[in-house]
Ligand binder design. Structure first.
Ligand SMILES: NC(=O)c1ccc[n+]([C@@H]2O[C@H](COP(=O)([O-])OP(=O)(O)OC[C@H]3O[C@@H](n4cnc5c(N)ncnc54)[C@H](OP(=O)(O)O)[C@@H]3O)[C@@H](O)[C@H]2O)c1
Length: 268
């Protein structure tokens, strides 16, 4: 255990069986939060095992952890995650919408398969909507909550052949900025967290074997930013997208929507 900034807080992290979600869940638990971690875990049993053994690992560090095998694009699965969180911990303080797919299929939109479009939107956008909708009643009742949506630089700059992914992340950011205004009165903060460029996860390495991961964002850097966001409230920081720069670079941009605010803030 490191610090205990999140002692007494309870978090749901989607897509936490590997990659960025796993790093965020470990960091939240390291700060003392109890965590509910989920993923579909359907790839030949291995992923399911990794989700449950990861929960075991967190518990062995002295933190509380529950694993729920679930698909965020399915309403009943999402309701199960939230029910499990409430039965175990009695509240939900933090929701990290991290589960996401980056389809292997790259092609100009004219040839883009409808199934790949639907698959991308189902997890990356519908999943975020469903998870938020399911936790909001509890957060509204608590009059406190913090939602972090993992986005991507692709929300503002998506590459050729990868428009679907960029559209899904742009949707997540629009949802973030709009909802921040709706839930501010309940003291619920909602922000997007965007790695700038590729992040060094197994999935990214498989998809881009020709690139050098040394230059990529590290999952631990995204997790560190997530911890900072998890400590915010609606009165300190909400309705923004925070960029996490690649390793070794220091400049970050924060953008968002708010009355009287400049759309972009640059921090060196
Ligand atoms: N890596 C990058 O370069 C990069 C850059 C910018 C943004 N991001 C974003 O960061 C997030 C995580 O990326 P990553 O590289 O860590 O991905 P990853 O290693 O492929 O992990 C994705 C996680 O989400 C889970 N998942 C996928 N679909 C799901 C669904 N429908 N329901 C529940 N869980 C689901 C996966 O487990 P199962 O497959 O077992 O469900 C896994 O735990 C994504 O939102 C991604 O778009 C990544």
């Amino acid at each position: 255990m490191k610090n205990r900034h999140l002692e007494g807080k309870y978090a749901i992290i989607t897509g936490a069986s590997r990659g960025i979600g796993q790093a965020i869940a470990a960091a939240l638990a390291g700060e003392g939060a109890g965590v509910v971690i989920c993923s579909r875990g359907k790839s030949e049993g291995n992923e399911a095992r990794s989700l449950f053994s990861f929960a075991e690992e967190i518990r062995s560090m002295g933190a509380q952890a529950v694993a729920v095998r679930s698909d965020v694009s399915r309403e009943e699965d999402v309701n199960t995650i939230v029910r499990q969180a409430l039965e175990t911990f009695g509240r939900v303080d933090i929701l990290v919408n991290n589960a996401g797919v980056f389809p292997n299929y790259h092609s100009p939109l004219v040839d883009y398969p409808i199934e790949s479009w639907d698959e991308t939107m189902a997890t990356n956008l519908r999943g975020v909507f469903l998870c938020i909708k399911a936790v909001l009643p509890q957060m509204i009742e608590q009059k406190a909550g913090c939602i972090i949506n993992i986005s991507s630089i692709a929300a503002v700059r998506s590459g050729k052949g990868r428009i679907a992914y960029g559209v899904s992340k742009a949707g997540v950011e629009r949802l973030t900025f709009g909802l921040a205004e709706e839930v501010k009165e309940y003291n619920i903060a909602i922000n997007a967290l965007c790695p700038v460029g590729l992040t060094d996860t197994e999935s990214a390495r498989k998809l881009f074997p020709e690139q050098n991961p040394d230059r990529w964002v590290k999952p631990e850097d995204v997790a560190e930013a997530a911890i900072w966001l998890a400590c915010q409230s609606a009165s300190t920081f909400t309705g923004k997208a925070v960029m996490v720069p690649a390793h070794g670079r220091r400049t970050i941009f924060i953008y968002g929507r708010g009355a009287g605010e400049r759309p972009w803030v640059q921090i060196d």
